[in-house]
Structures are given as structure tokens and as C-alpha cells.
Design a protein around this ligand. Structure first.
Ligand code: ADP
Ligand code: MG
Length: 542
């Protein structure tokens, strides 16, 4: 009986595991070289030829256009980490890859995947508890500390030179939108921090604005562009002639009729402009289009109008100005208006909108070229996430591999209490976590084994915050040295890495409707990073 199509491929048991593990590991290894302040960048060229230069784990994996299903699971680790923690994507992926590498060795010793999975689960659970135990509780309003957290997450993201300034901007931005809840906890409204980028000047000219930056021009050059105190209408309704039904045709047989038709259109537009005037608005940000005639009429009324304002900007303006977005001009009244000041940078083509009361800030990020600002922005986004996590959560860890070495040592102690083959899996988990200090060292051109030996010795001697100074190669108290990471991000990295590894290990049968390898030159599909179609050879190279 034939149950599978002719092109279908099936890989089972050990072959399936080997195939999957090598695919997942190849992806993990492709981002390892970017880890840490001394990590290298990658240049990604998409099918349209556009170039991204980055050090950001999740960006690399997303741009790599991976079409191998197992490898995609590793990409998901990075994406989950990005969503949940905002930083630590390379770490999560590197740990996942190392867990699989160590699992492969256990499989070779004929240890059943079920035992490995169970051991990994036990270790991950224990690891989260240990992280919480190791974490230092800090004052979440401690600016100095928050700045260090920001700097640690930005290192390596081409922000090196202006790290001080950028870290300060991030901290100021987060503090501007932090409110103390009734129970004394801190809540950070990160959605009210915008990041705008601008090329042409240096990163050191970046600044924090107490409001929004709208990258738009007025629809008419005769409009006023500066207001100390403007009443602003946010309109999500076109200021255009309403389309008659799509199917109806207007038949015009005489010049008179044409004139009539045009007159009625003009009347409609005049009426719309009158409605805006009646609300008392000085400024209109319209999310939709504005007809030419309406533009002219608005200018004559001395009203500043901007069309096709981005939806995200509209939401932000609403918060800053205390306005309400109106989706039907007929219903607009002065009650919907918000107020604030407007200034214009004509050269850059930007409006700065500052509100009176509601919070909302914009980091205006400047850099020499598109590639530079893009990478700076990724660094700033990571920093915003970790700083706000820390401001809300107050738990931090010593970075530079310190937390990983301490964690591994505690997990090895814990392994002693675990019986059966699971013990070996817990030990394998402990070894896998140490991939972080090893890779930090090798990316810095240091000997990873020597470094690990030194670090372990320091931790044995009771120095729980001993980590690597990647610039000198010395073992230092990294928390004192200002290399500080939020505990939450590490907990998340450990969880998502172990979940992904377990997901891969559980598979013992791959049934593919088509060829498993899109590169097409594989003999049987099992094993080897060669089965990673669409990776453009990046995986195997590292
Ligand atoms: P990820 O995507 O995992 O955040 P990064 O490239 O940002 O990867 O590197 C993060 C790692 O670099 C963390 O382990 C962090 O402790 C370490 N790190 C950051 N700054 C320093 C520093 N100045 N010295 C040593 N290690 C650092
Ligand atoms: Mg990072």
C-alpha cells in the first residue's frame, strides 16, 4: 500500500534527530559571532539588493530568509525573546544551539530523548529559581543603575562613541513615562516613547523631545507653521469630495452641467473647511487625503493642515495633545480638540509637537547615514526595553558571563540531587549555559577555555559576580564595572531556549511532502547543515 506521494521524503528516529539538530545548530552558530561588545556585525543583502548591517540577533535571523522548518524553530526563539524581553536574542539562540549540541552527545550515548527532555525541563525550572536568587534587588528609580543597564544592552550596536548620551536619553525617556501605581509599584508606558530617526548629522546631536516629531510638510506653503498654543484637530476622515457610488456615472452633456457639477464639488469642500473652522481648530492633522481646493481654502483661513499623517503618529498625538481622533468630520466639535505648541524645522521637514499635560516623549536619533541610524535605533529599542523592565521589576544581574558561570555551578550542584539519566541532562544544561562566557571570550580574541577556567575559579572562591571584562581579558566584578542586565531577560532566554531545544528533541519522524532539502544536491536528507535551503550558505560558514 502506498501512503505517501512520490516526491515525499521520510526521515526517522536517529536520522530525524540528527537532521533536525544539525539544522537548528547551524542557525544558532550563525549568530554567535555577534555576541557581546566585541561581537562582529553582519551584512545582510535581501533579494532586492537592499543592505542591512547589524549585530542584532533577531534582525539577522529574520532577514536570513530561512526556509528549513527546524531552523525556523530557532528563529522563533529569537522572536519570542524579542517580544518578551526586547534584548538577549543572541544569548537565547546561542543557548538553544548549545543545548542541542550537548543533547546530541547524550543521544550518541543511547540516552533516550524523553530522559533528556525531562532533565532539561528540571534544569530550566531550577535555573529560573536560581536566577531569581542570584539577582540583586535595586532601587528602580536609581538613574545611575538604569544608565548602566542601557549601556550594557547597547554595547556592540555601533553606539559605542555616544553611549553616555544615548543611555541618558533612554533613561530620561523611560522616566518620563513611568508612573507610580497605587500599590507603590512602577508602571512604564513604553508605547508613549517614540523613536524618530534622522540622517545627516552625528549621533551626538540626538535629543529627547517632550512630545512628538511628525515627519510631514504642510499641504500648502502659505500656511502658518509655528504656534505657541494651538488648538489641534485630529481627523481620520478625508477632506475631499465624497465619491458618489462607485457604479453611478455622472453624465455631463453641456457646459452648464459641467459647471453645475464643479460648483457642487466646490460647495462640498467649502462646507468641510467651514466645519473645521467652526470647531475653532488652528491645526488639522488628517490621516487621510486633503483635496487641492480644500488645501487652498484652509491656507486662506490661516489653518495649518497636514495630510496622510501616519496612524501611529495620530495615536501618539492624541496622547500628547489630549485630543480625540474624529472619524466623521460632520460630528467634529471643539470638545474633540487638543492643545499644544508646534514648531517647524523646515530644513529637516519636521514638525515638533509638544503637549501641555499628557505624557509622551520622542527620542530624536541622529546619525550620519541610514545604516548607522538603523543600527542605532535597534540598540535604542533594546535599551528602552531593558531599562523599562528594570524600572518596573528592580532585579538585575552581573553580566559579562558572570550570571551564566554562577548559574552553571549551581546547576551542577543541583544535578547531584537528581537521579537517573536526567542527571546527565541537567549537567548538559549547565554546560550549555556557559556558552555565553565562552563565546564572549572568543569573540574578544581571548582563549575561551582559559577564560572559563578563571571564571569558574573565581566563582568557586565565592565571587558570584565575577565576569569577563572583554576589553582587558580580566576577571572582574561586572556589576561594579557597570555591566548590568535585567533578570527578567535572562529568565526568558533560559525558558525559550530550553523549550525550543525540547521541541526539536521530541521529533522522531519527519514526513515531508516534498524534497526536504531545497538545495537539491543532498543524497538522503539526513544530517549535515547542507539541508538548510535558503540560508545562502551562511550557517555552515561559522
Ligand atoms: P544579545 O542579543 O543576547 O543581547 P549582545 O550582543 O547584546 O547579545 O550581547 C549581550 C552579552 O554581552 C551579555 O552577556 C552581556 O552581559 C555582555 N556584555 C555587554 N556589555 C559588556 C561589557 N562591557 N563587558 C562584558 N560583557 C558585556
Ligand atoms: Mg543585547
Amino acid at each position: 500500500m502506498v501512503i505517501m506521494g512520490e516526491d515525499a521524503q521520510r526521515v526517522k528516529d536517529k536520522d530525524a534527530q540528527e537532521y533536525n539538530i544539525s539544522a537548528a545548530r547551524a542557525v544558532a552558530e550563525s549568530v554567535r559571532s555577534t555576541l557581546g561588545p566585541k561581537g562582529m556585525d553582519k551584512m545582510l543583502v535581501d533579494s532586492m539588493g537592499s543592505v542591512t548591517i547589524t549585530n542584532d540577533g533577531v534582525t539577522i535571523l529574520q532577514e536570513m530568509d530561512i526556509d528549513n522548518p527546524t531552523a525556523e524553530m530557532i528563529v522563533e526563539v529569537a522572536e519570542t525573546q524579542e517580544d518578551e524581553a526586547g534584548d538577549g536574542t543572541t544569548t537565547a539562540v546561542a543557548i538553544a544551539g548549545e543545548l542541542l549540541k550537548n543533547a546530541e552527545e547524550l543521544l550518541d550515548q543511547d540516552i533516550h530523548p524523553t530522559a533528556i527532555i525531562k532533565g532539561f525541563n528540571m534544569a530550566a525550572e531550577q535555573a529560573r529559581e536560581e536566577v531569581d536568587d542570584i539577582a540583586e534587588r535595586v532601587d528602580p528609580t536609581d538613574e545611575d543603575l538604569l544608565r548602566k543597564v542601557a549601556e550594557t544592552s547597547m554595547t556592540g550596536k555601533s553606539s559605542e562613541l555616544d553611549k553616555d548620551l544615548l543611555a541618558q536619553l533612554v533613561v530620561d525617556a523611560v522616566q518620563a513615562v513611568t508612573v507610580e501605581a497605587e500599590d507603590g509599584s512602577h508602571v512604564v508606558d513604553l508605547e508613549f516613547v517614540e523613536v524618530e530617526t534622522q540622517t545627516g548629522s552625528s549621533a551626538s546631536e540626538s535629543e529627547l523631545l517632550n512630545g512628538a516629531v511628525i515627519d510631514k510638510d504642510p499641504v500648502n506653503d502659505d500656511m502658518p507653521v509655528e504656534f505657541d498654543e494651538a488648538d489641534v484637530l485630529l481627523l481620520n476622515d478625508p477632506i475631499e469630495v465624497e465619491e458618489t457610488d462607485a457604479d453611478t456615472q455622472v453624465n455631463i452633456d453641456s457646459p452648464d452641467q459641467l459647471q453645475q457639477f464643479l460648483d457642487s464639488e466646490e460647495k462640498q469642500l467649502r462646507q468641510k473647511v467651514d466645519q473645521i473652522v467652526a470647531t475653532g481648530a488652528d491645526v488639522v492633522f488628517c490621516q487621510k487625503g486633503i483635496d487641492d481646493l480644500a488645501q487652498y481654502l484652509l491656507a486662506k483661513e490661516g489653518i495649518l493642515a497636514v495630510r496622510r499623517t501616519k496612524k501611529s503618529d495620530m495615536g501618539f498625538l492624541q496622547e500628547i495633545l489630549g485630543a480625540e481622533i474624529v472619524s466623521d468630520l460632520d460630528a467634529a466639535t471643539d470638545a474633540h480638540l487638543g492643545s499644544g505648541s508646534i514648531t517647524r524645522d523646515a530644513e529637516a521637514g519636521l514638525f515638533y509637537v509638544e503637549g501641555d499635560n499628557a505624557h509622551g516623549v520622542t527620542i530624536l536619533l541622529r546619525g550620519s547615514t541610514e545604516h548607522v541610524v538603523d543600527e542605532l535605533e535597534r540598540g535604542i529599542q533594546d535599551a528602552l526595553d531593558v531599562v523599562s523592565t528594570t524600572a518596573a521589576d528592580g532585579r538585575v544581574l552581573a553580566g559579562g558571563g558572570a550570571i551564566e558561570v554562577e548559574l552553571a555551578s549551581r546547576l551542577r550542584d543541583y544535578a547531584d540531587s537528581v537521579s537517573g539519566r536526567e542527571q546527565l541532562a541537567v549537567e548538559a544544561f549547565a554546560d550549555a549555559v556557559e556558552v555565553v562566557p565562552r563565546v564572549l571570550a572568543s569573540n574578544a580574541g581571548l582563549d575561551s577555555i582559559d577564560t572559563l577556567v578563571d571564571l569558574r575559579a573565581a566563582h568557586e572562591a565565592g565571587d558570584t559576580r565575577a565576569g569577563l571584562n572583554v576589553f582587558t581579558g580580566d576577571v572582574v566584578d561586572t556589576l561594579d564595572a557597570g555591566v548590568v542586565e535585567p533578570a527578567h531577560s535572562k529568565e526568558q532566554a533560559l525558558s525559550s531556549a530550553s523549550e525550543a531545544a525540547n521541541l526539536v528533541l521530541k521529533i522522531d519522524d519527519i514526513i515531508a511532502a516534498g524534497d526536504l532539502s531545497t538545495s537539491g544536491d543532498e543524497d538522503e536528507g539526513a544530517g549535515g547543515a547542507g539541508g538548510m535551503g535558503g540560508m545562502g550558505g551562511m550557517g555552515g560558514a561559522m
